[in-house]
Design a protein around this ligand. Structure first.
Ligand SMILES: [Zn+2]
Length: 320
């Protein structure tokens, strides 16, 4: 078990036993589940239902979920702004200076706390130092070092680890996502369940994957080049995405070769599984080149055909 999940278990234990720290900072990659966890903890702190908290049924849970609970505060950037300014913190402090509206606990959830300006962070620091017993702060951040060390030292810091592929696959299957997508999502979401769910709902992502299959990955010899080029012809706007997906596929194949761990399910066409690592590396280099050319405004038709050419030269060396 990783240190991260031990810390998570300890956090959960303290939550259940009513010994939550007054300030908790959840750190980890985007999409890993920090906001979901912060939301569950905050809701659990406010929940007045019986049994497991949060119950999801009581008046407090329902109001929290609707973001209308008077004792749940969410300092956030003002509309059309990217940073959380000091005004948002002052408003929060003003609310905290009054009694809890419902007379019980209060929670402050600051998502992406690294968006706070330095002034806002200093303002928060004072609040953390003077906070009352019944007030709980839950912060999330992708980048730990973007927060003042003085804030971090006031918080219980929980570093959330990427999820395993098996755990993500389990979550996705539980949501009724088709098996043929579960494998690809678990493989490419980089341990982030949030990203996996986002990718699942993004139909343009699946269309782009299909395009990559019918073009780059369909090339076995020079005879396949015109057809593949035809598929790519009107895909200029999706160019970056297609290159990214192709790179993911090749990296997964390379990983399979080098780690000797066969991937479950059929990802790349079977002929690609016979490609030696050197060949896959050559194709990765060609993808990087294509990306550089794209940034240098080389036309999509020319660069995609160059890449197809490299793939066909490599593929002609593979043993079937
Ligand atoms: Zn409840």
């Amino acid at each position: 078990m990783t240190a991260g999940s031990d810390a998570l278990l300890a956090l959960y234990h303290d939550f259940l036993s009513g010994r939550m720290a007054h300030a908790t900072l959840l750190i980890g990659e985007a999409g890993i589940g920090k906001k979901t966890l912060a939301g569950l903890l905050a809701q659990g702190l406010l929940c007045t239902g019986s049994g497991d908290r949060p119950c999801g049924q009581c008046r407090d849970c329902r109001r929290f979920a609707a973001r209308t609970h008077p004792d749940a505060l969410f300092p956030a950037p003002a509309p059309r702004e990217k940073t959380i300014k000091i005004d948002a913190l002052r408003e929060m402090i003003d609310t905290l200076s009054r009694h809890a509206l419902e007379g019980g606990r209060r929670v402050v959830v600051i998502e992406n706390a690294e968006r706070m300006t330095p002034q806002a962070q200093n303002c928060l620091l004072k609040t953390l130092e003077e906070a009352q017993e019944d007030t709980y702060f839950l912060l999330t951040a992708d980048i730990e070092t973007a927060l003042l060390p003085t804030i971090r030292s006031r918080c219980r810091v929980i570093r959330m680890q990427p999820w395993s592929q098996e755990r993500i696959a389990e979550l996705l299957r539980g949501r009724g996502i088709p098996a043929e997508r579960v494998h690809a999502l678990a493989l490419y979401c980089e341990g982030s369940p949030g990203l996996a769910l986002q990718m699942q709902e993004d139909e343009s992502y699946w269309a782009a994957r299909d395009t990559v299959r019918r073009s780059f990955l369909s090339v076995e010899s020079a005879a396949d080049l015109p057809g593949a080029a035809q598929v790519l012809r009107d895909q200029k706007d999706a160019g970056s995405r297609l290159l990214n997906i192709l790179e993911q596929e090749i990296r997964a194949l390379l990983h399979e070769k080098l780690a000797g761990a066969p991937l479950e399910g059929e990802e790349a066409p079977s002929r690609w599984r016979t490609a030696p690592p050197e060949s896959l590396l050559n194709i990765l280099t060609a993808i990087m080149d294509a990306r550089r050319q794209k940034n240098a405004n080389v036309g999509w038709a020319a660069l995609s055909e160059g890449l197809l050419q490299t793939i066909s030269e490599e593929a002609s060396k593979w043993q079937v």
